[in-house]
Design a protein around this ligand. Structure first.
Ligand code: AMP
Length: 179
């Protein structure tokens, strides 16, 4: 029997077929955000499961990673750092390009976003192919910090995104298609 809090989260994640394009089953987390008990359960589970990682900095990935990452950082009393799409950050940046299904995308962080040697927890709503999370890991390393681990609300396990993240610990709350 799984944790009732996980069941609550799953109940508040809505499947939208063929969004943003045909063949994609979009996992919509807006019902979860609109239900305070679920949002709190999510943060509580992240806090419990990630305590062992001893992170001292939280990085959130644009854009839904900002929602969960910043709330978790405030709850834990840790600094929050946004990893952003190109052209959004005003000061000196580091940048990493990564592969999408078709073409490439890019993530950036401020050069002075964290201390060298920081232990970073990377947070996003969902891991699919793992490209976005992989890019965030490269940025953290470029700044001389260590990836303590990853936290996702949702993992699409059938896409094997975790295989791209090496041996970094990964905590996913709701796992779909794990076989
Ligand atoms: P990836 O880089 O392939 O792991 O994709 C992860 C990013 O794309 C996350 O920031 C998600 O918000 C978004 N994403 C990818 N697939 C989905 C999906 N099926 N439903 C909702 N968001 C998705």
């Amino acid at each position: 029997m799984s944790d009732p809090r996980i069941q609550l989260l799953e109940k508040n994640i809505r499947d939208i077929p063929d969004f943003p394009k045909k063949g994609i089953l979009f996992k919509d987390i807006t019902p979860l955000l609109a239900h305070p008990e679920s949002f709190n359960a999510c943060l509580e589970l992240f806090e419990e499961r990630c305590a062992r990682l001893k992170a001292d900095t939280i990085v959130g990935l644009e854009s839904r990673g900002f929602i969960f990452g910043s709330a978790l950082a405030a709850r834990l009393g840790l600094p929050f750092v946004p990893a952003r799409k190109p052209g959004k950050l005003p000061s000196k940046r580091v940048r990493v390009e990564y592969e999408l299904e078709y073409g490439t995308d890019c993530l950036e962080m401020h050069e002075d976003a964290m201390e060298a040697g920081a232990r970073v927890l990377i947070v996003d709503d969902l891991i699919a192919t793992g490209g976005t999370a992989w890019a965030a890991k490269q940025l953290v390393r470029e700044l001389g910090a260590t990836v303590a681990g990853f936290a996702f609300v949702i993992e699409l396990a059938f896409l094997h995104g975790r295989d791209r993240l090496g041996d970094s610990p990964i905590e996913s709350l709701c796992v779909y298609g794990g076989g």
